[in-house]
Every structure is written in C-alpha cells, then in structure tokens.
Design a binder for this molecule. Structure first.
Ligand code: MOS
Length: 726
C-alpha cells in the first residue's frame, strides 16, 4: 500500500513562494548588474534604413546601445532556426527587437530606449492567415495528411452528414512572471539565470549561438511563475542578455514588459479547420474528414499537430486528417497549453454536437455509440482507457438525464440555459530523463534532476515519489531542479514530467535499494541472504524483505558500518519497449452549463463537471489544481481570449492584460473535477499519464455546445463574444 502516492500534499515550495524566498530568474542578486531594455520595431516587414543611437547613448546611465550594426553575430545553426535578434537589418515581424539599450538602472535603460530613432524601408506585409489560404502547404517536417479507409466515398454515401468550418484566433500565453534572464561570464564560461521550461535546451541553444562547449554554460532556473509553453523554446532574450554581458564584461539583466510578452515568444497560431462527418442513421460514424490550416512565420515552420489527436478519438474506418501551414509576417507560433489537442477537439467536438442534432441523438449517446474500444489509428489495444467511466460518472454528477434535447428549451427568466458536453484527449508521453539520489546515513535524502516546475507541482510530486520508494518521510527529502549541473531531464512540456522524471526518481531509489542490499549481503549472517533487489524494500530506515518484514537490516547502521556517510545513485529512465505494443492516451469528459442572457448575449458558465482518466494520481491536491486551471483556461479560450492584429499595420493592438481578456474569479463559478483512476501497468512504472494540458481539452467545445443548446446559435469562431449571439 502506498504511504504517500495518492495522498493529498501541499506544495513543498509553497511557503517559499508566498513569502518571497523563492527566487525567480530576475530576482537573483548579482553584483555590478547592468540592465538591458529592448527597443522594438514599429513595422512588420522591411529593412532598417538607418538607426540613430546618439541621443540614447548620451542619456544618463547608458553604457552601450547595441544594434545590428555593432552586435556580434551568433553562430548559424541549421538545427535551430529560432529567431536571434540584432543579426541583420531585416524586419520579420512587428515588435521585433531592433536595439538593446544597456544602462546602470532599468529606468535609465527604458528611458533611453525611447530616444533610439529608427528609419525603415517598409515592404508590403501580410499578417492575415485568411488572405493566404491559397498558399497553404504541407509542413516540410510535419505530419502532413493521414488517411485510413476511403473517407471521400464514405462521406458521399453517408445518409447523414454535417460539414462546417471553425476558427480560432491567435492567443498568447500570459504567465504572471514575464520572461527574464541574468547572465554573466567568467572567462569563457557563461552562467545564466533564466525563466525556462528546460535548462538543457537553453544551454544547447546558448552554446551553439556562441560556439562554445555546452559544458561551459550553466543554466539555473529553480522557479518559474507560469509558462504554459511560452518558455519551451529558447526565446531571443537569453542570447541577447548573454551577448551584452560578454561585450560589456559585466552581468546584464533583461526583463520583458507585458507588451513585449506578445512578441517575445510564440503564441497559439491562427487556425482554420474544416470538419465533415458522415454517419449511418443509427449514429455510427462512417467518415471523418478533418483539415486544418494555421499560420507560421516567414523564417521558420511551426506545426501544431492540430488534427493529430482527433484521429484516435472515435471508432471510424474512414478518415482523412491533414494539416497545412501558411507563412505570415508575424513571429513564429509555438506550443501553448494543450497545443493542437484543444484546437483540434474544439472543431471535432463541435462537429460531433452538430451531428447529434442532425441525427436527433443525445450528444453523450453519440459518443458512446462511437466509442473506440481499440485505437482506430493503429489497431493496437489501449494500455488503459476509462473514458466510458468518465462519461457515465460525469453525466450522473451533472444530472445530464434531465437535459431536454431541443435548443432554447430550458430557461431561467431572462437567461437561456444550455447544457453541453465534449470529450478531452491528451497523450501519455514519456521521454528519457535522469535523476540522482544521495541517501545519507542521517536518514535524509537529496534528490536532483534538471527538470522544471512551471506550476503543476513537480517539486511536490518528486518529493512524494522519492519518499515512497526510499521509505522516508517527505520532510526527510530535499528535491531540487532547474540546474544544468543536475542530471538531464526533458523540457517540462507535453504533460510528461511525472511520467518521465518520476520514473527516473523511482529508478534511482530502486538503485539505492539494490546498493544497500549488496552491502548487507556482504555479511555472511545477513537476514536478507539470497533475496533479489525486487524482493526487498526500504521502509523507515529498514531494508526489509517485502514478504517478511521481520527479516531486515538497519540501512543507516549498515552504511555507518561501511564508513559510508552517504550513497549516491543516478538513474536514467527511458520509455519501455512494451509501450510500442499499445496505444496510450489520457481522456476526459466535460459537462457544462451556461446561461446566456436573451437580450444581451452575455454568456455565464455556471457549472462545469470535468471527469478525467489519466492513470494514477500522485498528488490529488495539485492534480485537481491542474484540472481546475485547465477548466478556467478553457473558459477563457471559449469566451474571451483573442490577440487582435491590425492587418493594415501587421501589429498586435491588444498586447496587454487590459485588452487581452482572461477569466477572473467572477467568471469562474461552480467547477467540479473528478478523477477516475486507471491501473496502467504499461505506460511507466508509476502508471501515470499526462494530465495538466488535458484539463482544458474539450472545454471550449463543451461551452460552444452548451451555448448552442441555450440559444440555437452555433458559434464556430472563438471567442464566443456577445456580439456573435445577437
Ligand atoms: Mo505545455 S504547451 O508546456 O503547457
């Protein structure tokens, strides 16, 4: 029986965070620090004709103004096409950096940044994806088009069909903590405090940019104030910060303003989808056609895998799923919370609701009729799949059976009531990851891995896993992350950290157990003679036989007898070979109640029940917090979020939290999140699947479906703002 896994635990770093002891990238104290401020372009495309920095250079406190004319060139890396600033006179997107002012204080740098005068040769730009559809192309390294069966014929012959287009605007991650870095050099060795989801990725990027060995770069990132994908790729400020520090031979700090957050990293791309569904009269799907087009930049390809997950949701023999991209004069998009899945499922799950109405079948019933018992894409069995249980439990909790089928059939005075539902899906990813454990004879353990904790509770989950398998109390464990001096871990993204790094911590604990057993059995009278490592466990300092705990050795005495103050083991966990024989996904079912004001078109999401099946839950407290966060973001995506580009200027007009709307507490009413645990022996030794991103997948569709049920209006273009309902 697990002592800690599956039990609620508060965040181990919670007190450090709320008391300000937790240090974020911009907060490290470094002596002799200089401050950089980025000057941004005011055109979307063209070249810099001239740039006058003289007045800025004369301003108080200014140390240097870097432009493409005096900034050193970074090494060209064909493997890494990400944007690097100040490399030429070319402008690829509006708000692209054109200068970096470095001064003694932040205020001096920011003031002087306004004195830099730039003249441009503007060229004709295009930032509107809608205007570029004729140029849509397959991504060169992308997933392109997937076909199974004969979808066109099946659709033509289907007695019941629906077909529609769906649109998602550009959306921006808006974590509370802006991107920031502090860099300093000691000779040719670089140290950087950075906000990142992957210290090793930043290290590789910087080493390649400066043409120095990776070992000469140290990246430190112990705390991240939210990221959601915005810190997955190395953005352009770490190279700028390190460049300035190297040139000026003193530490430099750069922090983005909130406005710069809108051009300083990627965004969810502008996405247009067409879904066509064919079914027989009983509701069985016979054809799914799902096509997506989204934008990328002019200098780099990004592929959001928009139609990837949707292929595996329903049992349907005929399917075509495709993704195309168009080049726009905007910065490159990137992964943003539940990338691809939330976009693709908004379209597919809206279309499923449309099909339910075309068939006059209850929307939940339609999902159950088309339930995929095995993976429709590969034919493989699921490693585990409790989606049916999620549907049934969610429906029961929500009271779905009381729903009247007809739109506009439920009312509360001036408010039209709508009930909608949708399916959520995400992966059960695992990537190679390593962890190191040092067990000390005083009964404490130090556990490290170069992963990140962008908020999901990685510190706490790893502490729980280490405590569980070392048989110690959580307060005896110290877990550290976010440092390239620790063993390598993948990016914290794709909801794969607990599966990847957790497996490494588990493996390192098992290696400690094996080491102790070996030590114990050097003694002829060991009560554990003949036992294999898998026969024993550590519990409260005893190395004991699982089948007979009265046969044990005191682990810490044992270490002392061998003059060992500590023992250290490093373990790299890799996805098992067995995984290849199975299809692995995490699933969820969402049930939503909305009230839509009949005169004003205001949508209130009054109730959400979300049921999730994602393997075993390590820490229910942070796990529920993840799912609630996903639900809240789903509300934002459905009703509020949109980055508005004025295509005449190719410029974002709402780069701030006043005009870029996200839900506030008053927008979030009743939210219930429930887990249906799955006992999955395949995915990884811990049986955990991705869950963070899953929380929002399905929510925008469920809300749109509820709005249709309330009003009879099908809104296929997010966000669902009141004007669209009047
Ligand atoms: Mo994940 S796209 O890093 O939230």
């Amino acid at each position: 029986m697990a002592r800690y896994i599956g039990k609620e635990m508060s965040r181990v770093e919670g007190i450090a965070k709320v008391t300000g002891r937790a240090k974020y990238a911009a907060e490290f104290r470094v002596p002799n620090l200089a401050y950089g401020f980025i000057v941004s372009s005011s055109i979307a495309k063209g070249t810099i004709k001239s740039i006058d920095t003289r007045e800025a250079e004369r301003a108080p406190g200014v140390i240097r103004v870097f432009t493409h004319l005096n900034a050193p060139k970074f090494r060209n890396d064909p493997q890494d096409r990400s944007f690097r600033a100040l490399q030429s006179d070319r402008i690829y997107f509006n708000m692209q950096p054109v200068a970096l002012v470095v001064a003694e204080t932040y205020e001096q740098a920011r003031y002087a940044s306004r004195l830099v005068k730039v003249d441009y040769n503007a060229e004709k730009h295009q930032t509107d994806t809608e205007a570029l559809l004729a140029s849509a192309r397959d991504p060169s390294h992308g997933r392109g088009t997937r076909v199974r069966g004969n979808p066109e014929v099946a659709l033509r012959e289907a007695p019941v069909k629906v077909e529609a287009e769906y649109r998602i605007p550009i959306e921006h991650h808006n974590p509370m903590e802006p991107h920031a870095a502090i860099a300093f050099w000691e000779g040719d060795r670089l140290t950087i405090f950075d906000k990142t989801q992957g210290v090793y990725e930043v290290r590789r990027h910087l080493a390649s940019s400066f043409g120095i060995p990776e070992e000469d770069v140290t990246v430190i990132s112990p705390f991240v104030g939210g990221a959601f994908g915005s810190a997955l790729r190395p953005n352009y400020y770490p190279t700028l910060t390190a460049m300035a520090a190297r040139e000026l031979k003193r530490p430099v700090k750069i922090v983005y303003t909130r406005t710069q957050m809108f051009a300083g990293h990627g965004y969810r791309p502008y996405t247009i989808q067409r879904v066509a569904l064919g079914a027989d009269r009983s509701g069985k799907l016979t054809a799914i056609i799902h096509e997506a087009v989204h934008n990328t930049s002019s200098f780099e390809e990004f592929d959001d895998n928009t139609t990837g997950f949707a292929r595996q949701v329903y049992a349907c023999p005929n399917l075509r799923a495709s993704l195309k991209i168009v080049s726009t004069d905007l910065h490159t998009p990137t992964w943003m919370r539940a990338p691809g899945a939330v976009s693709g499922m908004f379209a597919l799950e809206s279309a499923m609701d449309e099909l339910a109405y075309a068939l006059k079948i209850d929307p939940l019933q339609l999902r159950l009729i088309n339930y995929a018992e095995t993976d429709p894409e590969s034919g493989k069995p699921w490693s585990s799949k409790a989606l049916r249980e999620c549907y049934l439990l969610g429906a029961k909790k929500f009271g779905w059976e009381k729903r009247k089928f007809e739109p506009r059939s439920m009312r509360d005075g001036e408010w039209l009531i709508g009930w909608g539902m949708a399916t959520g899906v995400w992966g059960a990813f695992q990537a190679p990851a390593a962890a190191r454990i040092t067990l000390r004879a005083d009964g404490t353990a130090h556990v490290v891995s170069a992963t990140s904790d962008i908020g999901p509770g990685t510190y706490t989950a790893m502490t729980i896993i280490a405590a569980e398998f070392l048989g110690l109390k959580p307060e005896q464990i110290k877990f550290e992350l976010g440092d390239t001096r620790f063993p390598r871990a993948p990016l914290e993204g794709g909801s794969m950290t607990t599966a990847s790094v957790g497996s490494a911590v588990h493996g390192a604990a098992m290696a400690i157990v094996a080491r102790l057993l070996d030590l114990a059995n050097r003694n002829e009278d060991s009560p554990l003679k003949g036992a294999a490592a898998s026969d024993v466990e550590l519990l409260d300092g005893r190395l004991q036989l699982k089948s007979d705990p009265s046969r044990y050795v005191d682990a810490f005495d044992l270490m002392k007898r061998h003059n060992l103050n500590e023992i250290t083991e490093t373990f790299e966990a890799r996805p098992s070979r067995e995984r290849e024989d199975y299809a692995m996904l995490a699933h969820g079912a969402q049930f939503v109640e909305v009230k839509v004001h009949s005169e004003l078109g205001i949508v209130r999401v009054t109730r959400i029940v979300e049921v999730t099946a994602c393997g075993r839950i390590v820490n229910p407290k942070t796990a529920h917090s993840q799912e609630i966060g996903g639900v809240v973001w789903g509300i934002g995506m459905a009703l509020q979020e949109a980055t508005e580009v004025d295509h005449r200027y190719g410029r974002i007009v709402n780069p701030n939290l006043q005009h870029y709307h996200v839900p506030v507490n008053a927008d979030v009413l009743e939210v219930e999140t429930i887990f249906v645990e799955e006992d999955d022996k395949i995915v990884n030794p811990l049986g955990v699947k991705g869950m963070g991103e899953l929380g929002m997948v399905g929510i925008p569709a469920a809300i749109a479906n509820a709005v249709f049920h309330a009003t009879g209006k099908r809104i296929r273009e997010l966000p669902i703002t009141p004007d669209k309902l009047l």
